[in-house]
Design a protein around this ligand. Structure first.
Ligand code: SAM
Length: 265
């Protein structure tokens, strides 16, 4: 289904549920179910869990200047509103107007140091139009950010876009500061996968789940990916393999996707 039709179908499906929730007058800072286009799971629980990881493994501080690339509809921004102080600030960038607008209308008025921006870039899963992400420059100064994160975003970027974003992140981070990101990472051998979730279309440095929608799910070969980090001046501080591989050891992973914590040299 095309991206806009997918988003509309979800809104219609959840319309009765969201109407009832609205009439009950819920004050919780959370988008209506029908507007959440950014993945399954418990929206608030997932956001809170990642906030805890940011603090525990990424050293996120309340006064940090934070950049959220692929901010979606505020899943990670919402829990940070209770953590970042007025000394800190947050900037989120995303392609999809529905998510950016909801955050601008519902988060920024209550938390004026939270800013959301739409960037009109192409991604064949999310936006059929738009400019090439592999040449996009974020409008943030060199050495200006303390903490950059991308949750379930590099899993939708092709290698040129991913490598360009890694270089951009390195440019924007202050020396010694952190990037926290999720990926699908594999070695030379095809990892153990279940049939419903497998990267069968293998290329030299990456693999795809569906060659018809290239950005649907992208996995990178570890050796290539870690070389991109190194070439961009980012050191791997932590690597937590995810349970997408179906190893039967789900409890040992932090998340379904692989997590990498990087530090700028
Ligand atoms: C699976 S959603 C995750 C959203 C959010 N990070 C979260 O965890 O809730 C992926 C998001 O990445 C955004 N995206 C895709 N390509 C992008 C790009 N080149 N730059 C920034 N965001 C992008 C999509 O619009 C979408 O909102």
């Amino acid at each position: 289904m095309p991206p806009a039709a997918r988003i509309l179908a979800r809104r219609l499906y959840f319309f009765p549920h969201d109407l009832i929730a609205k009439t009950k007058g819920n004050n919780l800072l959370k988008p209506p179910e029908g507007m959440i286009y950014t993945g399954g799971g418990d929206f608030l629980e997932t956001g809170k869990r990642f906030k805890d990881y940011f603090i525990k493994y990424g050293g996120l501080l309340p006064s940090d200047h934070v950049l959220d690339i692929g901010s979606g509809i505020g899943r990670l921004a919402i829990p940070l509103t209770d953590y970042l102080t007025s000394e800190g600030n947050y900037n989120g960038y995303d392609l999809i107007a529905q998510g950016v607008n909801w955050c601008q209308q519902n988060i920024s008025p209550r938390h004026p140091n939270f800013h959301f921006h739409q960037i009109k870039l192409h991604n064949d899963l999310y936006n059929k139009d738009g400019l090439d992400a592999s040449t996009y420059s974020f409008p943030l100064d060199q050495n200006s950010q303390d903490f950059v994160f991308l949750i379930s975003v590099f899993t939708h970027l092709i290698p040129e876009e991913m490598a360009h974003y890694v270089r951009e992140i390195s440019r924007m981070l202050k020396p010694g500061k952190t990037c926290f990101a999720t990926f699908f990472i594999h070695d030379d051998l095809l990892p153990e996968v279940n049939d419903a979730f497998s990267f069968k279309h293998r290329k030299e440095i990456y693999s795809l789940m569906d060659p018809k929608v290239v950005s649907a799910n992208v996995a990178f070969k570890k050796k290539y990916l870690f070389q991109v980090f190194k070439d961009s001046g980012l050191q791997v501080q932590h690597y937590f393999p995810g349970y997408w591989r179906d190893t039967g050891e789900q409890e040992k992973s932090l998340d379904f996707q692989d997590i990498v914590v990087l530090r700028k040299e």
